[in-house]
Design a protein around this ligand. Sequence first.
Ligand SMILES: [Zn+2]
Length: 174
Amino acid sequence: MRRSPIPYDVQVRVYFRDQWLCHWCRRPIIFGPRFKYLEKWTKDNGCQYPVAYYHANWRRDAAPLLDVLGAVIDHKEAHSKTGDDSDQNLFAACNKCNTRKSDGESEKFREQEKFKYVKGQYGEPQNWDGLVSLFILLSEKYSSDLTPTEKHWLKAFNEFFCSQNLHSPMKKSR
Ligand SMILES: [Zn+2]
């Protein structure tokens, strides 16, 4: 998972505001750390072959889904130029678009890529959560394995759910 100086609570807000869809290609994106515990869960439940769900660097050979659809926060204006870390300058993106865009200018990137958006017959997804609920549930199961970063994420997600008057799956399961 790529390190970011943007506070966890800001990132969580932006992901949910953008409904876990990539700003550029509109593909649904997924919360990366979840896959670490999903891979562990498959092994713990008797899966003996490698499943390539997770790699810390989201490598295509070792974690192809994360390589493409792993969720990252992107800056509207490149951080190195005029960009800041306010919610308005941030949006959700897939790892593929984020890597391709690099520090390039947003409009130039959009032109180069000539995106063809996927459009569903019944509109855009309203309830996609990037698999966050699964991360919360798996985090509870593997609570003694959580890294400090994952604990920060968990806290930020739970606080977000609380602020929206939603029950976190973790609280519900107790
Ligand atoms: Zn994308």
